[in-house]
Design a protein around this ligand. Structure first.
Ligand SMILES: Cc1cc2nc3c(=O)[nH]c(=O)nc-3n(C[C@H](O)[C@H](O)[C@H](O)COP(=O)(O)OP(=O)(O)OC[C@H]3O[C@@H](n4cnc5c(N)ncnc54)[C@H](O)[C@@H]3O)c2cc1C
Length: 338
């Protein structure tokens, strides 16, 4: 167990927000988590689990013991007629794992390419993009309980996945360190191309039957045009979840704003595009202090240089108020505010 004190967290969060961790412990395996649990000082102290810091907004110095998850390793652990199952350490970089599985000839993660962060955080918010959610490629995970030090294995049903949601945002929030994740890559492989921008790319290219590498390249190209690179402009990706409303609520909004972008869900409810709502309120390209709304995508808040977490939160609240004032909808932030 390796512990450091007074750690500057700016390089460890993609928003590049300033904050200092009083104590940070790098976790390379389950034994490290157990050593923390058994430690006379750290055992009972509050903890904060950190992966790649791409879904957090740090508003202050962190007094809780920061557990920086760095568990490595990737392997094929099962080859079944219906799937390849791969196991990855929670500290592996998500995008590297996506690229590696494709190189190995185990497609299925290509729509989730270029999502920043670690494998261990992927189940926390059930990452999703371009028509695929993690839960559709998930087999099971290992986690260590931060009170008992016991290792547990959770199946898909036990993780209670939802839209950008899982048990790790509720009962197990901050209580369990995910150490390993097993991904199920279905056989035979079928491309998922229903997403409008992918359909457009396919039509432009004239490719009738794309392979997984082709889909991967399209997803990467689309993301590079739409989203700011955190290495250049600090951000945490989509800042708000797309709100889900009833058909009656949606009809009411369409009555007033016929152009509102919306999608019908299988359960009859309707998902509204949060980016459209924010844009309609005139926020695209605007700033509050040194925090701003990205010019090309209203759902992404950015650090215009030297912003504090408090400035980001002030901007987010102002957006929430104006969207609520105009549409009666409360936008819910996607990143974890610390
Ligand atoms: C440019 C950009 C684009 C993005 N695009 C998408 C997208 O398309 N789809 C999408 O779903 N998300 C997207 N995101 C959000 C983000 O990439 C994901 O949420 C990612 O899974 C976060 O990983 P992380 O390792 O950085 O987690 P962190 O930000 O470090 O942590 C996020 C949360 O998970 C918890 N956590 C982290 N690791 C563990 C662990 N091992 N065990 C238990 N809890 C843990 C933390 O305590 C925290 O609550 C984007 C972000 C950026 C910056």
């Amino acid at each position: 167990m390796q512990s450091e004190t007074g750690v500057n967290l700016r390089p460890y969060n993609t928003f590049a927000l300033p904050a200092v961790a009083q104590t940070m412990i790098r976790v390379a395996g389950e034994a490290d988590v157990r050593a923390v649990v058994d430690h006379p000082a750290y055992g009972r102290a509050p903890k904060f689990i950190l992966g790649g810091g791409s879904n957090v907004v740090l508003t202050q110095d962190v007094q809780a013991v920061v557990l920086k998850v760095e568990v490595r390793g990737r392997r094929l652990c099962e080859e079944r007629p219906d799937a390849f199952v791969v196991e990855c350490g929670a500290g592996e970089t998500w995008h590297d794992v996506v690229a590696w599985t494709l190189e190995q000839g185990w497609p299925g993660l290509e729509n989730l390419a270029l999502i920043p962060g670690t494998v261990g955080a992927a189940p926390v918010q059930n990452i999703g993009a371009y028509g695929v959610e993690l839960q559709e490629r998930f087999e099971s995970l290992d986690a260590v309980d931060l009170v008992t030090g016991r290792k547990v294995t959770l199946t898909r049903a036990m993780c209670r996945f939802g839209y950008r949601d899982s048990i790790f945002k509720h009962e197990l929030a901050g209580k369990s360190v995910i150490t390993r994740v097993r991904l199920r890559l279905p056989r035979p492989w079928q491309p998922v191309l229903g997403y409008v921008e992918l359909e457009r790319r396919q039509a432009e290219s004239g490719v009738v039957s794309p392979d997984a590498k082709q889909v991967f390249d399209w997803v990467c190209a689309i993301r590079r045009t739409k989203l700011p690179d955190p290495a250049v402009v600090g951000n945490a990706g989509s800042f708000f979840k797309n709100p889900v409303v009833s058909e009656a609520q949606c009809r009411d909004i369409i009555g007033r704003d016929p152009e509102v972008v919306h999608y019908l869900l299988p359960d009859g409810r309707i998902k509204l595009a949060a980016a459209w709502l924010i844009d309609a309120c005139g926020w695209k390209g605007k700033s509050v202090g040194r925090a701003g709304v990205y010019e090309k995508q209203a759902l992404v808040l950015v650090n215009r240089g030297g912003a504090s977490g408090a400035e980001v939160v002030t901007l987010a609240r102002a957006i929430q108020e104006s969207v609520y004032g105009r549409f009666g909808i409360r936008l819910e932030p996607e990143p974890v505010v610390v």
